[in-house]
Design a protein. Structure first.
Length: 128
């Protein structure tokens, strides 16, 4: 059986929004004791988990990847990193379309990621 390399790359790009990648970013920031960054990620993750039970048919990979994009960009404060991470996220959205994900699911993932990042950012100001 011949594998479709384009589909494989598209599928692999979705790993940017996997829960395992999200958790490794949190654990790495715990090692460096970057508590505000950890709070931002944990609060956003809580929003994403709660929304999982409320909002159906959402692409959570895209939502989690957006949260990671925003907070790692704020953390590093480097234009090149932000540009590269944003390109990866945009590529991820294209990959989701290529893999024939439901368009509403993709859109909900974008909106949910935005909401989770905003809640995580503003609540971390109160907590941190």
């Amino acid at each position: 059986m011949k594998k479709n390399w384009k589909y494989e790359i598209a599928r692999d790009s979705m790993a940017f929004g996997s829960i395992l990648f999200y958790l490794i970013v949190i654990v790495r920031s715990l090692i460096g004791e970057y508590l505000v960054f950890v709070y931002q990620l944990l609060i956003s993750l809580a929003v994403l988990i709660i929304s999982y039970f409320i909002v159906k048919n959402t692409n959570h990979h895209i939502a989690r990847a957006f949260v990671i994009l925003i907070f790692t960009s704020l953390f590093y404060k480097d234009n090149f990193f932000t540009f590269f991470a944003a390109l990866l996220w945009i590529f991820m959205i294209g990959a989701a379309f290529y893999m024939k994900e439901n368009k509403k699911s993709i859109f909900k993932g974008i909106v949910l990621g935005t909401v989770a990042a905003l809640v995580g950012y503003y609540l971390s100001l109160v907590v941190g």
